[in-house]
Design a protein around this ligand. Structure first.
Ligand code: ASP
Ligand code: MG
Length: 593
């Protein structure tokens, strides 16, 4: 019999009436011939209330006791859900995390699942019960209660779907699916039929708050198809699966992250280990760093810019000022009135002109771009916050995201069963591994057939990036990594990018013919790009730091860097390539499956 896991979030079980509505959905799924496991979150804002209560008793509540407290929210809702199903005349049994055998590590308030035993759940299902599972919780080796981090019920649902090899994991929520961008920001946003795990991971980390990021990593790792749908209707919602909605489009979605702050450390001595010195201080303080860009050093000095959430600016400044002193930097500047606009799409990895189209749309809207970073399937830019919504709208329109792609795929369960990306053996193998949520790297590689091109002293004005990259694209040059940094010097920025070595001379010729007065145009074939790819690179922030650390220890200078959910790339000097590769392989040797 097929198994379906249904998850109901806090707003979907906020009142007795809503609990009854959710119970009816579960009963209907059982009547349709499925075995049904229901995962529930705490009712409404109960978890917030408990957090608040804890802080009234103790401003710094011990983490173990916090988990003891927070886990009760879900215990309330599973019991009520089971009662509701009984009231309708059907069989249901509620279980806590411990009762279902969800074993986690002991990192209270953000525990990671290690193993789940399915015996009890299977037995209850075989006896005709609907099993009601408490989300967000587990127990450690010593049977201490742990929780998985805010929003963690999604992860419980996906994990149960994985171990039970469910046909579907349905996430019932207060939105009716995944949109091309936040419909509250742009009414023309379109609901997608389906989106790939990779794209959803990128959008989720950009604040598309549909689901807990870790649950999507999990789904990808175990090939669990997810359906996001409304608890208040029967609309089909959106599927999150291995393949994208369309095979032809470069971009599937756009996102705006409003509350960003930019920091620039100026005049950093360009030598191995400085990035590590800086970012390890931020990692120690658990600050989420985004969009790290480093321009190519002049006179052995480099500027490093990055963004953090505005709310973390104060803390970041403390850490950065400390680090700046230690590495002997010239100064630190910051801007708290910026926002990040990003586009995401698996198609852009195989297409040219996507970056150029984005820059063009923003230029047409008369908006200046301060910082650019690109990765395999994402391009992000920093603009002034008060212009960011206009930039998002321009970009959404330029990629015609409001229209369904002509070749839109539909989800086919039967097909998925036949050719799921992962073989059953692989899933079983992964499930058996000690820690289900462990960092999983798939590849560490080096490419040395790329060249680096740097424009320094670039006038900081709207339309410049658009102009440069459209000329480069029309010369047929395939641009890979783009980094525009914020120099911190009045009215100037610098742009570096990589392109195939064989196209370096053509590219330099194109740039020299442009009508701008750059301070310097330089290029070098003597670079190597080192990449670490895997699953969950963003939630395991240690990867970026680990790379900096390994390269610093090997005395290797980092010239450019970009990061995404799927991969972290660094560009180093050509002669350091092989040694850098070896250093990374050693560093991450136990992170492979
Ligand atoms: N109740 C928990 C929270 O609010 C877990 C969840 O809702 O997923 O974070
Ligand atoms: Mg971020």
């Amino acid at each position: 019999m097929p198994i379906i896991v249904q998850k109901f979030g806090g707003t979907s079980v906020a009142t007795p009436e809503k609990i009854a509505a959710a119970a009816r959905k579960a009963i209907r799924a059982q009547q349709d011939g499925n075995q049904v496991v229901v995962v529930v979150s705490a009712m409404g804002h109960n978890t917030d209330m408990l957090v608040d209560l804890a802080h009234q008793v103790n401003e710094e509540p011990p983490a173990r006791e916090m988990d003891m407290l927070l886990s009760t929210g879900e215990q309330v809702s599973v019991a009520l859900m089971a009662m509701s199903i009984h009231k309708f005349g059907y069989k249901a049994v509620s279980l806590t995390g411990a009762q279902m055998g969800i074993k986690t590590d002991s990192s209270y308030t953000k525990a990671r699942i290690k193993t789940i035993s399915t015996d009890r759940i299977r037995k209850l299902l075989d006896d005709g019960n609907i099993v009601i599972a408490a989300g967000f919780q587990g127990v450690d080796e010593e049977l201490n209660i742990t929780t998985l981090g805010r929003g963690g019920s999604d992860t419980t649902a996906v994990a149960l779907a994985a171990v039970l090899k469910a046909d579907a994991c349905e996430i019932y929520t207060d939105v009716d699916g995944v949109y091309t961008t936040d419909p509250r920001l742009l009414p023309e946003a379109r609901q997608m039929n389906l989106i790939s795990y990779d794209e959803m991971l990128e959008l989720a980390s950009l604040g598309a708050g549909v689901m807990h990021n870790r649950s999507i990593e999990f789904a990808k790792k175990f090939g669990v198809p997810i359906r996001v749908r409304s608890s208040f209707s029967d609309a089909p919602g959106s599927m999150i699966v291995s393949s994208p909605e369309s095979d032809s489009v470069g971009v599937c979605g756009a996102a705006l992250t409003q509350d960003e702050a930019r920091l620039t450390i100026q005049g950093v001595p360009d030598r191995p280990g400085t990035s590590f010195e800086i970012f390890k201080r931020l990692a120690d303080r658990k600050i989420t760093v985004d969009m790290i860009v480093q321009n190519i050093g002049q006179e052995n000095k480099a500027d490093i810019s990055f963004t953090v959430p505005s709310s973390e600016l104060k803390e970041t400044l403390k850490a950065v000022n400390e680090a700046a002193k230690i590495v002997g930097a010239e100064g630190v500047t910051h801007d708290d009135a910026v926002a990040k606009v990003s586009v995401v799409g698996r198609g852009m990895a195989k297409q040219t002109g996507v970056a150029e189209k984005m820059f063009h749309a923003i230029a047409e809207a008369g908006i200046n771009i301060q910082i650019i970073t690109t990765s395999e399937i994402k391009i992000s830019v920093i603009v002034q916050r008060n212009q960011s919504l206009a930039a998002l709208r321009a970009v959404h329109h330029a990629f015609q995201l409001h229209q369904s792609p002509p070749d839109a795929n539909v989800w086919d369960v039967a097909k998925h069963r036949n050719d799921s990306n992962l073989s059953l053996n692989e899933i079983v193998e992964r499930l058996r591994s000690v820690n289900m949520e462990k960092l999983t790297l798939v590849d560490i590689s080096m490419t040395s057939d790329q060249a680096r091109i740097t424009l320094s002293g670039v006038p900081d004005q709207p339309g410049l990036a658009s102009d440069v990259f459209s000329k480069v694209a029309s010369a047929g040059i395939f641009v890979d990594m783009i980094v525009q940094s914020y120099d911190g010097y009045q009215g100037e920025t610098s742009i570096s990018f990589t392109a195939p070595e064989t196209q370096l001379d053509d590219c330099l010729n194109v740039l020299k013919k442009l009508d701008y007065k750059f301070r310097k145009i330089s290029g070098s074939k003597d670079i190597a790009k080192l990449s670490v790819s895997g699953i969950g690179l963003r939630s395991h922030t240690s990867v970026g730091i680990g790379m900096f650390e390994a390269l610093a220890e090997a005395n290797i200078n980092v010239l450019m860097i970009n990061t995404s959910e799927l991969r972290v790339n660094v560009v180093v000097d050509g002669r350091d390539g092989e040694r850098g590769l070896a250093a990374l392989q050693k560093k991450f040797s136990d992170s492979f499956l």
